[in-house]
Design a protein around this ligand. Structure first.
Ligand SMILES: [Zn+2]
Ligand SMILES: [Zn+2]
Length: 325
């Protein structure tokens, strides 16, 4: 299947703002194909490749149709890989992979995609931006309306960026995605106590060494910006250098310790505009988001529910929780 045969995907509206009949026929073909790939479906739902869903959610086919009429396909989605279509490698790619065709397929079975979805999961789905998907009212949004070109809100945009990084190959023919490289490199940086400067230099070299069309992020700053929303919140709280108190709650604005009188901030000579530097501070990792993440992540959710889901059987001991103690 080449891109030309699917040009209808991006010719949704005709000059008068009505939906082209070729688009409607094409969408029918798409739905037919998606429904023929049972192993890529969830019950009778399929992944919606519309501009808003980004193949993120499984939705009933009628609503998928509706989304496609209304928003159009996500950009450059000529290969329906999330619906099970496989890439024919020798067709377009001039680069060719020299290691044979045993490349792991990115996208559907991509664990990094799962990481992104886990990080956004429960909190994000409660957000208003997703609610509209669940209660679509056909009468209020007729399929022939040509508008709806608004941008996603900033939070959704971050999610889309991350999903894109999880899917985007590092360069044409590469077997790893941008997010794989970013997360591995951050891990290497941390394990080896690498400086930010060292990281930048290494990534700049990597970017130069790879084919020109690569999408390596060559600075720590950009990398942090991309993965920031995968992280968990942390609070910095100043404290007395001698450990008597925290500058927190009612004491948040004090500038010296109420017990020993020690100053909170270091005395700095010179420019007054500089940020105040406390003698000592601590990092507080709020518990609730961490618990939420443990329940949300596919890697840990089953363990978190274990006690709830496993009922005790008399006379059988399979776990310390079954014993007297
Ligand atoms: Zn959709
Ligand atoms: Zn003190």
């Amino acid at each position: 299947m080449n891109n030309l045969e699917r040009s209808w995907m991006y010719e949704r509206l005709d000059g008068r703002g009505a939906i082209n009949s070729s688009f409607i026929d094409g969408v029918d073909k798409f739905i037919q194909y998606a429904c023929s790939q049972m192993n890529r479906m969830s019950g009778d739902k399929v992944r919606c490749p519309c501009k808003k869903c980004h193949n993120f959610r499984y939705i009933e086919v009628e609503i998928v149709k509706h989304h496609l009429y209304k928003y159009g396909f996500v950009d450059n989605y000529f290969l329906w890989k999330h619906q099970g279509e496989k890439e024919v490698i020798n067709e377009i790619s001039s680069g060719q992979d020299i290691h044979g065709s045993a490349q792991p397929e990115l996208g559907y079975d991509n664990p990094y995609r799962q990481i992104v979805l886990d990080a956004y999961g429960p909190n994000f789905l409660q957000g208003s931006s997703w609610q509209s998907f669940n209660n679509i009212e056909p009468e209020s949004s007729h399929p022939c309306e040509p508008s709806m070109d608004e941008d996603p809100n900033p939070e959704s945009q971050k999610l889309y960026d991350l999903l894109q990084a999880a899917d985007a190959k590092l360069y044409l023919g590469s077997s790893v995605s941008q997010l794989v490289v970013v997360s591995r490199m951050l891990n290497i940086k941390m394990e080896n106590n690498m400086s930010q400067r060292g990281y930048d230099q290494m990534m700049q070299l990597l970017k130069k060494a790879l084919p020109e069309d690569n999408i390596v992020l060559d600075s720590y700053y950009q990398t942090k910006k991309l993965v920031h929303s995968l992280g968990l919140p942390v609070e910095k709280i100043d404290c007395c250098e001698l450990g008597c108190m925290l500058y927190w709650g009612d004491d948040e604005h004090l500038t010296s310790c109420t017990f020993c009188g020690h100053d909170r901030y270091k005395c700095r000579i010179g420019s007054r505009k500089r940020k105040l530097i406390p003698y000592k501070k601590m990092y507080y990792f709020p518990l609730i988001p961490r618990l939420q993440r443990l329940y949300a992540s596919h890697a840990t959710a089953a363990d978190m529910r274990w006690h709830h889901e496993h009922t005790k059987e008399d006379d059988v001991m399979r776990h310390p929780s079954d014993s007297e103690a």
